[in-house]
Design a binder for this molecule. Structure first.
Ligand code: 6CS
Ligand code: FE
Length: 299
């Protein structure tokens, strides 16, 4: 059965007035085949089962240096102070995330079109792709606060109008990702379960959710059940390694009280056959810099 996407039907109801049962997603994780790109049969099988793939030495040491310099430039550029694309840490005011980096940095824009990323995104999603969202997370030393357990797709469906979980994130480490400096934790295999959340989306939810997400997160009971069922893996790796993860995998990260920052670039690819429609559970669509609505395929 070839999976189809009908954007007019909400197959993933969420932000409900009462708790709803978690259920198995009907859409696949991997939409392409081994002939379509660099992942072989075993790698695609593993990604389908686990929901994520780690690639060591994905970019070179000199690219790590080049992109690290870009991250520093973006976080210190006085002309970006107060720009809506720059999210600061709630407590310290330090830069936490910068969104839409492909419009702020030529080298990061080129990375988003690099065949090392495009070929893999097209293969996993089985179609042409476009950038749904790009961001750099700084997770500064001592004061970096994490991201509570969540599914990205739950938010992108509810607030951005993404019909199906046919999107994939590529997170590239620019610093050593240790177990102890706020490394990303994922629940392997959890991507095949959709967890509806309880609670309506407030107006302009993104003004607070990007600093600390409260709406759209699972209950502690559900997190307990899922962590017991799936376990928790932690993405650790050297600068230059990449984590490819399915849009619906349950993930989160802890705070960083070590002196070692955990800086990553995130490039989120969506299938052009899964283009955003109206939000499924929010009063209004989020801004362009968080949810891109130019669906032109990347070349
Ligand atoms: O709302 C979003 O789009 C963002 N929120 C989180 C916690 N992860 C994905 C994304 O950057
Ligand atoms: Fe996330």
């Amino acid at each position: 059965m070839t999976a189809t996407i009908d954007p007019t039907t909400d197959l993933y109801p969420t932000r409900l007035p009462q708790p709803g049962e978690a259920f198995n997603r009907e859409h696949p994780t991997v939409w392409g085949s081994p002939d379509d790109g660099p992942f072989d049969t075993a790698a695609l099988e593993a990604h389908e089962q686990r929901g994520f793939t780690i690639l060591e030495d994905f970019i070179t040491a000199s690219e790590v240096d080049e992109f690290s310099a870009e991250l520093h430039r973006l976080s210190t550029d006085p002309t970006l102070a107060g720009d809506p694309r720059v999210i600061t840490e709630k407590a310290s005011g330090e830069v936490r995330t910068v969104f839409e980096v492909q419009k702020l940095s030529e080298s990061l824009a080129a990375l988003g079109r690099d065949p090392r990323l495009l070929d893999r995104a097209r293969q996993l999603l089985g179609s042409d792709v476009y950038l749904h969202q790009t961001r750099v997370n700084y997770m500064p030393g001592f004061k970096g606060t994490g991201f509570y357990w969540h599914s990205d797709f739950e938010t992108w469906h509810a607030e951005d109008g993404m019909p199906a979980p046919r999107a994939v994130s590529c997170s590239i480490a620019l610093t050593q990702n240790y177990p102890f400096n706020g490394g990303l934790m994922v629940m392997p295999g959890s991507h095949r379960t959709f967890v509806p959340s309880v609670g309506e989306t407030p107006e302009d939810n993104h003004a607070s959710s990007l600093k600390e997400q409260k709406i759209g997160v699972p209950s502690e009971d559900v997190i307990t059940t899922m962590a017991t069922q799936f376990g928790i893996d932690q993405f650790t790796g050297a600068a230059g390694s990449a984590l490819w993860f399915d849009s619906n995998i349950m993930h989160g990260s802890g705070n960083n009280i070590t002196p070692f920052p955990r800086s990553n670039i995130f490039m989120v690819f969506n299938s052009v056959e899964n283009a955003l429609t109206e939000p499924y559970a929010a009063p209004a669509a989020r801004p362009q810099h968080i949810a891109n609505r130019d669906f032109t395929p990347l070349r």
